[in-house]
Design a protein around this ligand. Structure first.
Ligand code: C5P
Length: 243
C-alpha cells in the first residue's frame, strides 16, 4: 500500500490523509498514557480493541440518527473517518461521581448524581486540559451559543445510547468524554461526534462487582488493561469469546 501522509500524531492515535478529499485515516496505537502523559506504556492489542469498539459505538450512534465522523473500518487498526474541524473542547458527561469530579468536589466515588452533568475541558496538553465554564467558552469564542446547544444535545444523546448499550451487558456507564467536530455541507454546517469512543475515554464498572473495565485499570494499576477491554468487547459481542 502506498505510504500515506501523516497529518497528526496524538497520544493514542495517528491521523493520515485519507484516500478521498474530506477523509482521514485514523490509526489506533497500542500506546497508553495517563495523567497528561506522565505515565506511559505500550499495551499490546489495545489499538485493535479500541478500533473495533469505537466502530461499534459510532455505528450504533449513526443508526439512531446521531451524526459521527465514522465512515468504515479499514483493517485491524485503522478506520476511515470524515475530516472535520475539531472544537477545542473535551466534553465530559457524568452519571456517577468518579475521577477528577470526586477529587475536585469531595464527592465519594460511586455516588449517583441527581442527573447527568456535562462538563467542558479546554483541549490543551500544556495546561493539562483545564476545566472551563460556558462563560469562558463564550468569552474566548471557542464555540458559539448554537454550538453549545448542539454539543449538549449530542452529548446527552450519546449518554442515553451508551448507558443503555452498557446496561444491557451488565456494565454501568459512570462517565465518558467525547470530542465534536464541525463539517460543512453546502451552505450549512453541523457538529458531529469525532475522535473515538472506547474504554480509553469512558468509565465502565461491572454492575454486580464494581470491577473497573476501563482505562482506570491502567491509571490505577488494577491489572491487565487488555483483559478489561476484551471483557467489554466480548460482552458487547464485538469480539468472540475464546472458550
Ligand atoms: O479524569 P476525569 O474524571 O475528569 O475523566 C472523566 C472521563 O473523561 C473519564 O471517562 C475519562 O476516561 C475521560 N477523559 C478522557 N480524556 C481526557 C480526560 C478525561 O477520555 N483527556
Amino acid at each position: 500500500m502506498a505510504r500515506r501522509k501523516k497529518i497528526y500524531e496524538g497520544k493514542a492515535k495517528i491521523l493520515y490523509e485519507g484516500p478521498e478529499p474530506g477523509t482521514i485515516v485514523q490509526y489506533f496505537k497500542d500506546d497508553a498514557t495517563a495523567f497528561n502523559a506522565q505515565k506511559k506504556d505500550v499495551i499490546e492489542g489495545k489499538g485493535v480493541l479500541n478500533n473495533r469498539l469505537s466502530e461499534f459505538f459510532m455505528t450504533g450512534l449513526a443508526n439512531i440518527g446521531v451524526p459521527t465522523h465514522f465512515i468504515r473500518r479499514l483493517n485491524m487498526r485503522e478506520q476511515l473517518v470524515r475530516s472535520c474541524e475539531i472544537i477545542p473542547l473535551e466534553i465530559i458527561v457524568r452519571n456517577t461521581a468518579a475521577g477528577s469530579m470526586s477529587k475536585r468536589l469531595g464527592i465519594e466515588e460511586g455516588t449517583q448524581l441527581p442527573r447527568p452533568i456535562v462538563e467542558y475541558c479546554l483541549k490543551n496538553d500544556e495546561l493539562g486540559d483545564p476545566l472551563v465554564s460556558e462563560e469562558h467558552i463564550a468569552a474566548f469564542g471557542w464555540a458559539s451559543q448554537q454550538d453549545m446547544d448542539d454539543i449538549v444535545h449530542l452529548a446527552l444523546r450519546v449518554n442515553d445510547f451508551l448507558s443503555g448499550v452498557m446496561l444491557a451487558v451488565g456494565i454501568k456507564l459512570v462517565d465518558f468524554k467525547i470530542e465534536v467536530g464541525r463539517v460543512y455541507e453546502g451552505d450549512f454546517q453541523r457538529l458531529i461526534v469525532a475522535d473515538e469512543i472506547s474504554p480509553d475515554s469512558c468509565r465502565l464498572w461491572d454492575i454486580e462487582t464494581g470491577k473497573h473495565l476501563d482505562k482506570d485499570v491502567f491509571r490505577r494499576d488494577l491489572g491487565s488493561l487488555t483483559d478489561a477491554y476484551t471483557e467489554v468487547a466480548q460482552r458487547l459481542g464485538v469480539m468472540p469469546r475464546s472458550n
